[in-house]
Design a binder for this molecule. Structure first.
Ligand code: AMP
Length: 282
């Protein structure tokens, strides 16, 4: 496994692979890798001849009061996990390699990014779309892998890849959880013992919502009420949002009559966690 820090190194390696007729899969990450990232890599390894994982804490997708500085980093551990999972090349650039002095071109999206996480993180998706567009241009993969854990991001990237005619297959992978149900996240490391216990409320609340839908409930407001009241019963939790939106364009729905995304963002202490499920998907 190689570790590349420059765009040129990645291009040279990928060009070499393409000359040999190899397919290439890309797994974009911000590092501090866990089983969730590993599942994306495993899927990419099974579907492509060569796999590139990027490890880049992208400053552009953090707001001014967010956790860019404190975001956890451990490149040695990440490299070991990537190697074990079968990654062929890690792209680990410095911010200056991705955003040179005078950088001023952005990829922005008018739909899909206004609600859910886009509402409380107004610059987030511009940063995500711009960095992913750059990674697509640098790696030119056949397929790229994203977790349903960040469901809005998955929908946004699918839309962007289609809008901008990338010709890259965007693959969504299921949410990987801890044994007690908490969705794995690099940010879980911020939680102290009490908060870690309180964080279980996200999955617990969503499970209640899922049960209602499985029992035939179709009124979005009543499902949201149930999810909201489960979360509000946890003293350490503060809701950012509880939303039910269509699972394509992420538009709010009143009556559930097709695939929907049921998504929550909740502060546990100072840590903002997200979780979701998709219902009535074919
Ligand atoms: P991040 O490093 O948090 O930016 O995540 C990189 C990729 O891993 C994104 O596509 C995430 O959706 C995905 N991911 C993160 N956590 C999980 C998880 N628990 N299960 C599945 N995919 C995940």
């Amino acid at each position: 496994m190689k570790i590349a820090v420059t765009v040129n190194e990645v291009r040279e390696q990928v060009n070499e692979w393409k000359r040999q007729g190899f397919s290439v899969g890309l797994v974009p990450t911000m590092g501090y890798l866990h089983e969730g990232h590993k599942s994306l890599i495993t899927c990419a390894v099974s579907e492509n001849d060569r796999v590139v994982a990027s490890v880049f804490v992208n400053p552009m997708q953090f707001g001014p009061s967010e956790d860019l500085e404190s975001y956890p980093r451990d490149m040695d551990r990440d490299a070991a996990l990537c190697e074990e999972a079968g990654v062929d090349l890690i792209f680990h650039p410095e911010p200056s390699e991705m955003y040179h002095n005078g950088f001023s071109s952005y990829v922005d999206m008018n739909t899909l990014t206004g609600g859910l996480c886009g509402k409380s993180r107004p610059v987030h998706f511009r940063g995500v779309c711009t960095v992913v567009a750059k990674l697509f241009n640098i790696v030119m993969p056949d397929r790229a892998y994203f977790g349903q854990k960040d469901a809005q991001q998955l929908a946004v990237i699918r839309h962007m890849a289609d809008d901008l005619s990338y010709g890259i297959e965007i693959k969504g992978c299921p949410i990987i959880r801890e044994e007690d149900g908490l969705a794995k996240s690099s940010r879980n490391t911020y939680l102290n013992k009490e908060e870690r216990q309180a964080a279980l409320v996200l999955n617990r609340a969503l499970s209640e919502g899922r049960k209602l839908i499985e029992a035939g409930e179709r009124d979005a407001a009543s499902i949201k009420d149930t999810v909201t009241s489960v979360i509000n019963a946890e003293p350490l939790a503060r809701i950012d949002y509880v939303e039910i939106v269509s699972w394509d364009l992420l538009e709010p729905v009143k009556n559930i009559d097709g695939p929907v995304l049921v998504a929550v963002a909740v502060f546990i202490g100072k840590t903002r966690l997200i979780d979701n499920f998709i219902a009535l998907e074919d």
